[in-house]
Design a protein around this ligand. Sequence first.
Ligand code: AMP
Ligand code: GLY
Length: 422
Amino acid sequence: MKVLLVGSGGREHAIAWKLSQSKQLKQLYIAPGNPGTAEVGINVDIADTNLDGLVSFAKDKRIDLVVVGPEDPLAAGLVNRLESEGILAFGPTQEAARLEADKAFAKHIMRANSIPTAEARIFTHYEDAKMYIASRDEPVVVKAAGLAKGKGVFVCDDPADGILAAEKIMVNKIFGDAGSTIVVEDKLLGQEASILAFVDGRTIYVMESAQDHKPIGEQDTGPNTGGMGAYSPAPIVTDALMDQIIREILVPLVDGMNRNETPYKGVLYAGLMITPGGPRVLEFNARFGDPETQPILMRMKSDLLEVIEAVCRGRLSEVTVEWDPRPAVCVVMASKGYPDAYEKGKVITGLEAAARLKDVKIFHAGTAKRDGQIVTAGGRVLGVTAMGQTIADAKKRAYEAVSLIHFEGAYYRRDIADKALR
Ligand code: AMP
Ligand code: GLY
């Protein structure tokens, strides 16, 4: 098969690396890709939001299957465009991708299908939001309804902070139109887990569980990021809990999307809070998570391309997926300053030495090639991922690899996976 993968992050390097192991793969293109994806395929200089460019490239090259990594092209309708050209596409349609792109829509679907989530109110006027938040004396969580690169959520223990967050989003428009509507919800307490599943419209195949580390600072302090590290499996997700998640969340969601005439196909990502009262949905994403995908795919033994094709053809029930029982841990190395402003163009050294370590894989995210050297080119730069006999062992190996890699201002959390060890 000739495959085009859309995206350029650590997630896409992990997907490209895994696809490249498939016997069915004839050619892999990545648009726009990064220096990591260039090791396993051919990068094409088309932005992931250039729908016209992507569709005409896929037609010109007679691409058999397009795999869409990030949310922006999904929300813009890339899958609809490809399917109308008769090209197989992995990912939800624009209508179904609203589950991620519009948190008000997601709340509506959850309510309509009795899916457990935080109680929420939706606002389109700042004054109304302000009045509501001021009337509450419990902590609130204020969320821009649209896409904000994982940074659109403010957990506010004090209502005054909640009002400030609403003002930033709705009045100062720090996320542009993505903040025209906000969701204000109750703060939930517990441990988080990410559950990713392949869905072909009907059949749901749950992947191994994972846990993300969203805040920039150790002990989960500071502002949220796209994700600073992840491990898989998440020990908190026992078999019984996974059954409950499938029964109470995934099945009603997939049924509800069908009833809503927005059938879901692709990867469904449920960000959950495991509360004393059971699992509650914090958010849905319409794609693989980043960085969760790095440890999850490192553990996947089956042919990813086969699974993806089965999803696209509505034949997911015909495949089985095997997993390496060993845990994996991914530590994100970021640029100093991220998630706020940061400098680019810092030379990265030590990548080869780190890559020589056993059961270690360095996934590129925000990197670029300049004069034969790999330099930093984004906030999240690398996803250093390792497998081990235990989570503690995987963590040790990942940090061993991290210690060999250097660039000016490199920042990483030193406590990735500690939650799983407690
Ligand atoms: P989201 O993008 O909606 O998953 O939110 C990003 C992060 O904010 C989550 O991973 C949680 O850490 C936190 N968060 C979101 N909603 C809530 C909530 N209702 N209660 C507590 N924390 C939340
Ligand atoms: N790691 C969270 C996300 O991919 O949105």
